[in-house]
Design a protein around this ligand. Structure first.
Ligand code: FRU
Length: 412
C-alpha cells in the first residue's frame, strides 16, 4: 500500500504513479527503514530517460513516496540514472549506478559507472564517474552491485564481451572511491546461460552459501523453462574474493516461472535476505500495448520475497508481514486478497483471460496475451500448498514449500 497517493491502483505492490518504472535499485535497510529505489521515467512511457525514484517503509507493507533520489545532471549521466545498488559505510549511504548517455538521435552511445553519497538516505550528492570502461567489452557494461567481503569492497557489473556474449566482471576497492579491475568472475563457465548480455548481477550469501543472480538476455526456451523474452535466475557456487572468481557448482535456474519477473535485486538485513524484481518485460510490442498505458502509467515492482537455503536448494517464501493467507476452496477465490489452496486438483479463473490450474503436482497459468490475443501458458512442477497474492492487476503464486514463484500481470 502506498500512503498519500490520490489514486491507489495496487494494494500490495509498488507501482508507478505515472510514467514507466522498471528495475528495483539500491535496496537497503538504512537508518531504521527499508529503502527501495527504482528505475522511473516520469516523462514518458518508454525507456529514454530514467531517475531513481524512492519509497521507504517500516514494515515492508506500507510505503511512503519520497522525492526523486538521483536524477541526470552530469555529462556522464545526462540521459539516465540506470540501475545499481547502495551500501552503508561509516553511517553514510553510498549509491552506485550506471550513467547513460544518448546522442541527439536518442540512441544510447555510452555508459559510465558513477557514485553518489547521502547522509540521510534521502538527499544525494554526486561523486561522479569512477573509472573508464574496461577494454575487451562493448559499451554494454552496467548495473553495479557493490558488497563487502573480508574488509574489501567488490563491484559486480553486467557486461557484454566483444564476441557479443554476456559476462559478469568485478572491480575491487578498499575505500569505495578507488577501484581496480579484476576481470571476468565467470571465465568460460555456463556459456549456455549467458546470452548476449547479462544484466543486473547480484551476489548474496545465504546461510554460508554464495548465490549469484543475474538477468541474461537472449536465452532459448527449454521446455517449460526460460519461456520469457529475457530471464532472471541464479547459480550457486563459491566466490573467491582474492582472485575475483565465482566457481559455479549448479545449473542455472529461474527465480520465477511466471510471465513477468526481471532484473531482481536482494536486500540483506541481519540474516534475512529479501528479493524484489520488476514485474515487467523489456521493450517489445507487449510492453507498448500494456493496458495501463492508456491511464498514463506502466509496470509494478514485485513484492519482496524471503529467501533461504534448504537442503542445498534456494527457496523463496511469501513474507509474513503481508498477513494471514486464508485456506479456502477454489470457488472462494474471487479477487483481491491472500489465499491458500490445498495441493490437489483445482482451477481458479481470475478473469475471462487468465486462469490457474493445479493438477496435483503441476501448476499451469493460462493467459490470453493482451497485445496479440494469443493464448500462452507457464507451467511449473510444485510441492506444498499454493499461496495466491491477488492484487488489482498482478498475481503472485508461491508454494508453502518455497520451491516455486510465478508472477503474472492480468487484465480483463
Ligand atoms: C534492466 C535494465 C538495466 C538498466 C536499466 C535501465 O531492465 O536494462 O540493465 O540499468 O534496465 O532502465
Amino acid at each position: 500500500m502506498i500512503i498519500g497517493d490520490i489514486a491507489k491502483f495496487e494494494q500490495y505492490h509498488i507501482y508507478a504513479e505515472h510514467g514507466l518504472i522498471n528495475d528495483p535499485n539500491g535496496l537497503i535497510y538504512f537508518n531504521g527503514q527499508y529503502h527501495v529505489f527504482y528505475q522511473w521515467n516520469p516523462n514518458a512511457l518508454d525507456h529514454t530517460y530514467k531517475v531513481w525514484a524512492h519509497v521507504v517503509s517500516d514494515d515492508l507493507v506500507n510505503w511512503q513516496r519520497l522525492p526523486v533520489a538521483i536524477a541526470p545532471s552530469l555529462p556522464e549521466d545526462r540521459s539516465g540514472i540506470y540501475s545499481g545498488t547502495t551500501i552503508e559505510k561509516d553511517g553514510r549511504l553510498y549509491a552506485f549506478y550506471t550513467g547513460n548517455v544518448r546522442n541527439d538521435a536518442g540512441e544510447s552511445v555510452a555508459s559510465f559507472q558513477m557514485a553518489a553519497v547521502s547522509d540521510d538516505g534521502v538527499h544525494f550528492e554526486k561523486l561522479g564517474k569512477l573509472f573508464d570502461q574496461p577494454t575487451g567489452y562493448t559499451r554494454h557494461v552496467r548495473d553495479p552491485k557493490v558488497f563487502e567481503r573480508n574488509g574489501h569492497y567488490y563491484m559486480l557489473l553486467g557486461a557484454q564481451k566483444l564476441d557479443l556474449t554476456g559476462d559478469i566482471i568485478a572491480y575491487e576497492s578498499a575505500d569505495l572511491h578507488h577501484w581496480t579491475f579484476m576481470g571476468s568472475i565467470l571465465g568460460d563457465q555456463i556459456m549456455a546461460y549467458r546470452g548476449y548480455m547479462m544484466e543486473c548481477p547480484d551476489l548474496v550469501t545465504i546461510d554460508g552459501q554464495d548465490v549469484l543472480m543475474f538477468s541474461p538476455q537472449g536465452l532459448a526456451a527449454e521446455g517449460d523453462r526460460l519461456q520469457n523474452i529475457h530471464n532472471t535466475g541464479y547459480v550457486l557456487g563459491e566466490f573467491d574474493d582474492v582472485n575475483g572468481f565465482f566457481q559455479v557448482t549448479t545449473q542455472f535456474r529461474e527465480l520465477d516461472q511466471g510471465f513477468e519477473f526481471y532484473a531482481s535485486q536482494t536486500l540483506t538485513r541481519g540474516n534475512r535476505h529479501l528479493l524484489w524484481g520488476w514485474s515487467g518485460m523489456m521493450p517489445s510490442a507487449r510492453e507498448k500495448q500494456l493496458p495501463t498505458m492508456q491511464a498514463g502509467w506502466a509496470h509494478v515492482l514485485s513484492l519482496p520475497r524471503d529467501m533461504a537455503i534448504v537442503d542445498g536448494e534456494l527457496r523463496q517464501y511469501a513474507i509474513p508481514e503481508l498477513g494471514d493467507f486464508q485456506l479456502v476452496q477454489p470457488e472462494a477465490v474471487t479477487g483481491l486478497g491472500l489465499w491458500r489452496l490445498a495441493a490437489k486438483t483445482w482451477q481458479v479463473s481470475l478473469t475471462s483471460k487468465m486462469s490457474i490450474q493445479h493438477d496435483g503436482d503441476t501448476i499451469t497459468f493460462t493467459r490470453v496475451a493482451w497485445e496479440s490475443g494469443e493464448t500462452e501458458e507457464r507451467r511449473a512442477h510444485v510441492t506444498g500448498d499454493v499461496l495466491l497474492i491477488i492484487d488489482n492487476d498482478v498475481v503472485e503464486l508461491y508454494t508453502t514449500s518455497g520451491d516455486t514463484v510465478m508472477t503474472a500481470r492480468y487484465f480483463d
